[in-house]
Design a protein around this ligand. Structure first.
Ligand code: C2E
Ligand code: MG
Ligand code: MG
Ligand code: MG
Length: 272
């Protein structure tokens, strides 16, 4: 059922709800306007070195500043954008905004690795890599400063297109990360064959640490797996000191989570 706001206006499509066609049409037209009128913005969340707390990278996370709804999180509009095809325009906006921000930061002497998200539907676009590379080049930025984050389910699904897409991204000079690793149902055998720089361990695993020994065992196993495959690992969802201590004990190099830094507007990203 469509959610309704206090003022009785139709609110956003909910991935779990049964939205009716009218709601969807409304959200779609508002989202289209949002992209055209620059109602989108990016927040950036730190990715830090566990041992030192040093900021190593940031992840760009899109938000929608809706005049009526306020700041809308991506979980409420990315699914609509995917279903309606607006994801291409949205994705292009994100890539251009990320590059413009990277250029501003560079001019201030701040050059973190920058991750951005690509959702499954975006991967269908045949000129995706070209568009991303062109946006980076337009600002004369090093392509290797950027990490494309693709979810496990998108990448490890059967479609060969996605495997070659990873290769294309890396051939273009970008880094590639598998996002939400462990949350999907993938075969580890396929992982071995993939050209990937980083595994981002889904935060559902760390959520069980330290109470649930099974969760801890899985985090530790994914860390060794990444190590054995010569990949970096970033553990997502660090919220407590106990979780951070666990990561230290297991020699986890990189982590991300509210304890280490929330997603914030670019000016509030802590500088080294
Ligand atoms: P993601 O790529 O896995 O991003 C991490 C999400 O986890 C972010 O939610 C972040 O705020 C949240 N998070 C980080 N640390 C913690 C923590 O310690 N605890 C908890 N509970 N959550 C934490 P956000 O910003 O709401 O984004 C949700 C998802 O939306 C992202 O998951 C990503 O899949 C998608 N998304 C975000 N921005 C974009 C974008 O520009 N394009 C596309 N295609 N998808 C995006
Ligand atoms: Mg991500
Ligand atoms: Mg993630
Ligand atoms: Mg996620």
């Amino acid at each position: 059922q469509a959610k309704r706001s206090g003022r009785g206006t139709v609110a956003f499509y909910e991935p779990d709800g049964q939205d009716d066609a009218r709601t969807r049409l409304l959200v779609t037209s508002r989202l289209r306007r949002a992209i055209a009128e620059d109602e989108l913005l990016l927040h950036y969340q730190p990715i830090v070195r566990v041992e030192t707390g040093e900021l190593i990278a940031v992840e760009a996370l899109v938000r929608w500043q809706d005049p009526e709804q306020g700041l809308v999180p991506p979980g409420l509009f990315i699914p609509v954008a995917e279903d309606t095809g607006l994801i291409d325009a949205l994705g292009q906006w994100v890539v251009e905004a990320v590059c413009a921000q990277a250029a501003r930061w560079r001019d201030e002497g701040f050059t973190p690795q920058i991750g951005f998200n690509l959702s499954p539907r975006q991967l269908r676009r045949p000129d995706l890599v070209e568009l991303i590379a062109a946006a980076i080049d337009a600002h004369a930025l090093p392509r290797e400063q950027f990490t494309a984050e693709l979810t496990e389910s998108a990448v490890l699904s059967d479609e060969h297109r996605h495997t070659s897409l990873l290769e294309e991204l890396r051939e273009a000079g970008l880094k590639v990360a598998i996002d939400d690793f462990g949350a999907g149902h993938s075969s580890l055998g396929r992982l071995r064959a993939l050209a990937v720089d980083t595994l981002k361990v889904d935060r559902s695993f760390l959520a069980g640490v330290p109470e649930d020994p099974t969760a801890g065992a899985i985090v530790a196993a994914v860390l060794s797996l990444a190590d054995a495959l010569g990949m970096n690992a970033v553990v997502e969802g660090v919220e407590t000191d106990a979780q951070l201590a666990f990561l230290r004990e297991h020699s986890c190099a990189l982590a991300q989570g509210f304890l280490l830094g929330r997603p914030v507007p670019p000016d509030e990203v802590p500088r080294p």
